[in-house]
Design a protein around this ligand. Structure first.
Ligand SMILES: C[S@@+](CC[C@H](N)C(=O)[O-])C[C@H]1O[C@@H](n2cnc3c(N)ncnc32)[C@H](O)[C@@H]1O
Length: 315
């Protein structure tokens, strides 16, 4: 069985994708205690080391390194300050890459990183991984909905193969969309007949002006909007009244706001392909939403991993 090390592991979305693709995750790391609790409840065999990445000086050998270093500086939901220190965590990923020398690596991040004003950060990452001895494929922005996820989720992937292997990585083609398999919708995975209000499982504070500055609604017959890590910005459940535009960055409910609610954390998990994943009740609702919104949907990571050439996965 090929082996993988996972950094910036979160609750294990990417790792579920690795496991589904046939990898054994031999080590994982994250700084957030609740992420470790969720991970341990679902993938107990992995050696999950809790703490800051900078504290880790020794790594076991592995065929593949996966890591979705944080991205607050680029994220639409974050402060969008590209100078924040958190944006240099890719250097820690580069350090691990040099120490482990896996046959391949995969990193995932928000697409804002490819915007022209952030482009120098993306270039620094590509240079860092290139000088570590990897052939880095030109980064690709993919939409989870085109790979069978019931959610519009655009993310950038950076994949590199160790140069001495002399092979190149090709991103997988979409599997869902026009003339492909039908796009998976919210109706396909959330129950249209379930009109319950799962109190305690969803963020029920008022819809403030910032929430209503964007369209947060998608109907049953479409994938959901992006599931974010911040509970306040969680998309609307499709049983809510739609939003109509009433001005620049201003939306209002086409019906009563009392009939609207955000997705519960369990529904958000389903839309992130984490249905059935256990989220222990040891943390707040906000923490549950956070690890779910931070996750890489397993189906998407699996597709990217499966496209890694066999020379890598032949352990
Ligand atoms: C985008 S999330 C990764 C999600 C994960 N790949 C998944 O699929 O569930 C980034 C993670 O980096 C973690 N993190 C942030 N700073 C860190 C640090 N200095 N050391 C280790 N982990 C860190 C955060 O707690 C967060 O879980």
């Amino acid at each position: 069985m090929p082996t993988a090390i996972s950094l910036f592991t979160g609750c294990g979305g990417s790792d579920k994708g690795l496991v589904n693709a046939g990898y054994q995750v031999v080590m994982a790391n994250d700084i957030m205690p609740y992420a470790k609790e969720v991970y341990a409840a679902n993938l107990p065999e992995t050696d999950f080391r809790l703490g800051g990445i900078a504290e880790i000086t020794k790594f076991p050998p592995a065929d593949l390194l996966a890591g979705c270093y944080p991205c607050q500086g680029y994220s639409q939901g974050g402060a969008r300050d590209a100078t924040r220190k958190i944006n240099t965590l890719y250097e820690e990923f580069g350090r691990a890459l040099r120490a482990i020398r896996p046959k391949a690596f995969i990193a995932e991040n928000v697409p804002g990183m490819a915007r022209s004003n952030n482009r120098h950060f993306l270039d620094s990452q590509l240079q860092n991984f290139g000088t570590a001895g990897y052939n880095v494929a030109f980064p690709k922005i993919v939409n989870g909905a085109e790979y069978g996820l019931p959610q519009e989720r655009r993310r950038i992937f950076i994949v590199g193969i160790r140069s001495d292997l002399g092979i190149e990585y090709q991103f997988p083609n979409p599997t869902h969309g026009p003339s492909l398999k039908p796009i998976v919708t919210q109706a396909d995975c959330l129950s249209e007949t379930d009109r319950t209000w799962p109190h305690g499982d969803f963020y029920d504070k008022t819809f403030h002006w910032y929430y209503l500055s964007r369209d947060r609604y998608r109907g049953w017959n479409r994938p959901s909007k992006t599931v974010l890590a911040n509970a306040r910005h969680m998309p609307l459940h499709p049983m809510s009244p739609p939003l109509v535009k009433v001005g620049p960055d201003q939306w209002k409910f086409d019906g009563s706001a009392d009939e609207a609610r955000r997705l519960s954390y369990k529904e958000a998990a389903v839309l992130q392909d984490l249905g059935g994943w256990v989220f222990p009740d040891t943390a707040s609702l906000m923490s549950k939403y956070k690890v779910i919104g931070n996750a890489v949907p397993p189906i998407l990571f699996q597709r990217v991993v499966e496209a890694v050439p066999q020379e890598v996965s032949n352990a």
